[in-house]
Design a binder for this molecule. Structure first.
Ligand code: BT5
Length: 319
C-alpha cells in the first residue's frame, strides 16, 4: 500500500491530493492513509498537509539535484559543474552542445527523464521519468583514439564496482560495455568522440542505468532489469551517482598512470558469456565462435570452430 501511495505522489508533480481522492482510489480509510503518510515521512519524504486540500509532496528523497550529488563527492575535477534537467531529449546531445561551448573537463549533465535517449548505432535507450540514471560526462583527454575505447571499458568496471559497493550486487560486463545482472541488461554506456585525425577535442561518456522497477516496452521487457528488482527497498540514485563519479575519477587517474594493464585481469574476470557461443556483427561481417576474453587493446577474442582466433575491434555481440 505504501508503494502505491508513493507512486501516486511521485507522479503528482507536487500538487495537492485530497484524502478523499486517495481513499477512493486505494479503497482504504483516511486514517489508514494518514498512517501510510507518516510511514513515508519516516523514510524522508516531506509532505505539506492543508485542511480541505489534502496532502502535497514537497520533496522526494530520490531527487537527483546537483547540490545533493555534490554533497557526496570527494572528487577534484569530476562533477565540479553539474547541469541538471528535469527532461532532456538526450544528455548526450546536450553534452555535445556544452562541450562545443567550451565547458571544463569533468562537467556532468544529468536528467530525470529523456525523451529521445540514444544507444549505439542509432538505437534507443528507454529512459522513463525517475526510473533511471541518465548522465553524460564531458572529458577532454590527452591521449590517442586507441586508448579512448579502453576508457569506455574502464567505465563498465567502474559501474560494476559501484553496484557492488552500494548494493552488494554482482554484475557482469557484456563486451564492450553493457552491464548485465542475471542475464539481463541493467546499464549501457555510450562513448562519443569529437576530434580530428590526431587530436581529440572531447569525449562524452553517456551512462544509462535502470534503477527503479518499471514496465519496459515489449521489445526489451524480457531483456532489461533494474536495481530495484535485486534489492530490498528503493534504490537511492544520488548515492549511486556519487559512488560512480568518485570511483570514475580515481579509476581514470589510475588508467592514465598505468594504462589498461591495471584493469586487464579484472575486466576479463567480469566478462559475460565467456565460453559461450556468440555471433559478433561488424559492418555486415559476422564472426561466430566462443568468447575467449579481451586482449590488452580491449579487443574481443573469438575462437572460431576451425580453432583460429579472431580479434574483433568493434561490433555487436549476440548470444
Ligand atoms: C547502450 O547502447 O547500451 C548505451 C546506452 C546509453 C544511454 C545513456 S543515458 C545517458 C546518455 N544519453 C543518451 O541519450 N544516451 C546515454 P546499445 O548497446 O546500442 O544498446 C541499446 C539497446 O539496449 C536497445 O536497442 C535495446 O535493445 C536495449 N535497451 C534500450 N533501453 C534499455 C533499457 N532501459 N534497459 C535495458 N536495455 C535497454
Amino acid at each position: 500500500m505504501k508503494e502505491k501511495i508513493k507512486e501516486i505522489f511521485l507522479n503528482s508533480d507536487h500538487r495537492f491530493i485530497s484524502g478523499e481522492e486517495l481513499s477512493k482510489r486505494l479503497q482504504i480509510s483516511r486514517t489508514a492513509i494518514w498512517k501510510q503518510i507518516e510511514g513515508l515521512r519516516k523514510e524522508g519524504y516531506k509532505f505539506e498537509a492543508v485542511r480541505k486540500k489534502g496532502y502535497r509532496l514537497i520533496n522526494n528523497p530520490d531527487d537527483i539535484y546537483p547540490e545533493r550529488i555534490k554533497q557526496g563527492l570527494s572528487t577534484k575535477w569530476l562533477g565540479k559543474d553539474i547541469v541538471y534537467r528535469h527532461v532532456s531529449e538526450s544528455t548526450q546531445l546536450e553534452a555535445h552542445n556544452l562541450a562545443r561551448q567550451g565547458v571544463e573537463h569533468g562537467t556532468i549533465i544529468i536528467a530525470n527523464e529523456q525523451t529521445n535517449g540514444r544507444g549505439r548505432l542509432g538505437r534507443k535507450w528507454y529512459s522513463e521519468k525517475g526510473k533511471g540514471i541518465f548522465m553524460s560526462m564531458i572529458l577532454r583527454p590527452n591521449f590517442d583514439y586507441e586508448q579512448i575505447s579502453l576508457i569506455t571499458l574502464l567505465t563498465s568496471i567502474i559501474i560494476f564496482d559501484s553496484l557492488k559497493n552500494v548494493y552488494g550486487i554482482t554484475s557482469k560486463i557484456k563486451w564492450p560495455n553493457d552491464i548485465y545482472i542475471d542475464d539481463r541488461k541493467c546499464a549501457g554506456i555510450l562513448s562519443e568522440i569529437h576530434g580530428e585525425q590526431d587530436q581529440i577535442h572531447y569525449l562524452i561518456i553517456g551512462i544509462g542505468i535502470n534503477t527503479h522497477k518499471t514496465e519496459y516496452p515489449v521489445e526489451i521487457e524480457s531483456k532489461a532489469i533494474s536495481i530495484e528488482e535485486k534489492i530490498d527497498g528503493s534504490p537511492n540514485r544520488v548515492e549511486l551517482i556519487t559512488e560512480i563519479l568518485n570511483n570514475f575519477e580515481l579509476g581514470y587517474e589510475r588508467f592514465i598512470e598505468l594504462g589498461f594493464t591495471a584493469y586487464f585481469d579484472q575486466y576479463n574476470n567480469l566478462l559475460y558469456g565467456k565460453e559461450k557461443k556468440v555471433i559478433v556483427t561488424n559492418f555486415n561481417r559476422k564472426v561466430i565462435g566462443l568468447i575467449e576474453g579481451v586482449n590488452q587493446n580491449g579487443h574481443l577474442l573469438i575462437k572460431k570452430e576451425d580453432g583460429s582466433v579472431k580479434e574483433v575491434v568493434s561490433g555487436v555481440v549476440e548470444f
